[in-house]
Design a protein around this ligand. Sequence first.
Ligand code: DHB
Ligand code: MG
Length: 233
Amino acid sequence: MTNNPVDSTVLQQQAKTRQEIETAITQMFAPEDEGLRHALVAAKEGGLPEIQISAIQGKLLQLLATACNAHKILEIGSLAGYSGIWLARALPTSGRLITLEINPKHAEVVRGSFAAAGIADRTEVRVGQALELLPHLESEAPFDFFFIDADKAPYPQYLAWAIRLSRPGSIIVADNCIRRGAALHETEGMNADTAGLVQYNKHASGDARLVSLALAMDEDYTDGFTISVVRQA
Ligand code: DHB
Ligand code: MG
């Protein structure tokens, strides 16, 4: 950043341009339907944290789930149910989204939002600690698509589980993998959340079973997804 008034005007103009582009892409490619808007209102009324992904990110999840012909989707961390609705809309009627949520009150809000969005028949909210629930999912594997957006410290373990529960061609997406750059390199004294994200990116980028890329693509391009595809053996 700078104190130079000319430079700061340029920066403001760039930020404004990026915002206009974001708005135009959202309106053209990722408009929110009634179900998505309802989920946001229900989450706010329920006191859930307002940290859901953007509409463009939701549409990207839907696009990627469609690209891998997803019939079975596993989400780790339900939050407001917002990402779950985007994802479930990529499923055929016989498809299934299982979403893991640690907070039983939040899980109830999410179930209500799934019902209001007309996707109750193909979704299931399982309540508990993800690391305790994941071993029980082996009998239901393989999953075609994974979205990880839960507590950050265990992200590397969530990735290991996703790979274990995948098939060649499965897609694994994790939110918050940039964090203004903090998730991309180790720093002394970093907290457990940041350490989990750094390890996640190290594993995702270095694992020979995956093709991966981190993409800065949230509202202000300072955070985003790491996307991995499981290679053919
Ligand atoms: C936080 C968690 C998220 O998943 C997110 O997208 C943004 C913030 C958080 O815990 O602060
Ligand atoms: Mg997140």
